[in-house]
Design a binder for this molecule. Structure first.
Ligand SMILES: [Zn+2]
Length: 105
């Protein structure tokens, strides 16, 4: 087995040496809504997002899903079409989304 390949695979899972010394340096990778953004570390693959409480949390696949829903809602609101229908949809789903507890395993 190629040793350098093992190291690359290791680094993709664990934060880079730079980050372990200096911390992650996040930049906005995607704007979901006015308040919710996705961030990506410029030195490794770590990603964060704004959670329902306004703080930052790791961008798990579940949060990506939540953000894609939020983004769709946001775009729908911007278009101001089918507002009534969207509002029902938002209320029904937000409650479930905000109660979500991410699992880090
Ligand atoms: Zn990093």
């Amino acid at each position: 087995m190629n040793p350098s390949r093992v190291i690359t695979k290791f680094n993709s899972k664990v934060k880079s040496i730079y980050c372990s010394f200096f911390g992650h340096q996040y930049e906005v990778s995607k704007k979901i809504t006015y308040h919710v953004k996705e961030y990506k570390c410029t030195h490794c693959t770590a990603q964060m997002t704004t959670n329902g409480k306004g703080g930052l949390t790791a961008l798990t696949p579940k949060y990506k899903e939540i953000n894609s829903v939020l983004e769709r809602i946001h775009i729908n609101r911007m278009s101001k079409k089918q507002v009534k229908q969207d509002k029902t949809f938002v209320t029904a789903n937000n409650a479930a989304l905000l109660n979500f507890t991410p699992h880090f395993s």
